[in-house]
Write a protein that binds this ligand. Sequence first.
Ligand SMILES: Cc1ncc(COP(=O)(O)O)c(C=O)c1O
Length: 476
Amino acid sequence: MTMSLKAKARARCQWLPDLEAYPGPRYKALVTAIKTAIDAGELAEEERLPPQRLLADALGVTTGTVTRAYSEAERRGLVAARVGSGTYVLSKSLSPKPDFYHLEEGRDDGSIDLSLSLMVPSSERVKTFYQALQQVAEDPEQLAAALAYQSERGQTRYLQVFVDWLARMGVEVRSEQLVVTDGGQHAMFIALQTLMAPGDLLVSDRFTYPGAIAAARQLHLRHQGVPMDAEGMDMEALERLCHQQSPKAVYVMPDLNNPTGCRMSLARRQQLAELAERYDFWILEDSVQFLPEAFRLPRMADLIPKRTLYLFSTSKILAGGLRVGLIASPEDLLPGLMASLRAHCWMAPPLMVALTCAWIERGDAERLLEWQWQEVHARQQLLADIFVDQNFSCHPYGFVVWLHLPEGWRASEFVRAAAEVGVRLLSAEPFCVGTQAAPQAVRLCVSPPAERSQLEEGLKRLYRLLTSPPKGRAVF
Ligand SMILES: Cc1ncc(COP(=O)(O)O)c(C=O)c1O
């Protein structure tokens, strides 16, 4: 006896709800069934839902009914469609990915740590910070102001210091656009919180800054990565995605993508601006990995100011510990940003802002930054000399290097082997959006070692590993 189409489809469905158990139109019943199955653990996080056509045949409904139900489930933040791959149950877990980057206390085991994109250590930085501290300490007016509650945006005089400093570095912002934050991560978080609601879709490069992945998870956003090449995000892929779904915001690091070190070409930036207009989404432009003016292209905030929030931080320039960042936003978003800021922390600590501004006004910030760029450039040249026959991408003035591993190495094994020879770095995994397979690549940073010679030693150890991959992995 031949099986009917319905019976065959039912046999092939790995999950099959009983729609009769739920009232209302069939598509709504299916949404409820999906939710009930997720809550009961019948559908696991990241599990793929049955293909729409198959489920429709199995349930005896039209494909349109299933499509509508999947879209509604997506709108409610239960599932996410992945282009060309199907619809998956969204992760409810708030815990970060297991190997999410972080600083561990007491990890000073003598290893050469190339894992995090930190500033180049400098005794000059410490010395000039001491002088800035002294200057603020000797000014009773500034000290009294630093002890008081202030406007959540920051004091006008400090906003002007930031405006003038950015202008000297070739970035035009107006003080009316600015909000001072507790660093770049906080700037990104409150921008996302202001613009987006749980279940909304955030789009970024396929390889992106893990802090953006973490923020999207904490805010219960859907987050999809778009393929990229040496010129940045693939705009055709982004447009296809915009046809199918409606991104609320696109997060980019146009001048220097962390982790790949790639920069987005002017043509791609213009296309992104056009798409933002056509498909009505916001752009979050992250400039935290800040480059010399000669290496920056027009900002998204210059190309499409009314849709771009420009995120800036002093963490890679002056000091990560001060936690001072900025958002330059379209002015009509300021009330929302300030409401979010108030709900978090009321305001960025005024003392930190006062110290940062004293440092800037003394001229030290620009001097330190210039020195750091030259040092990073020399380190990148050192790396290019040592890794001469390796496959990597980076920016000549950027902290990060994305290293494609030669045949024979898996990223996780390489990270372990590097740790065994006393070098720390990160696999591609924490930079990958969603559940797409991570490439056999690692990210390392040239900036953290205090001395260039330590970096050189670390790179030589890595090179020895790169040129002697493990042999004879069994193939079954
Ligand atoms: C691209 C990018 N954005 C944001 C941040 C976070 O900056 P902050 O340390 O100021 O919070 C970082 C830090 O590494 C970063 O690389």
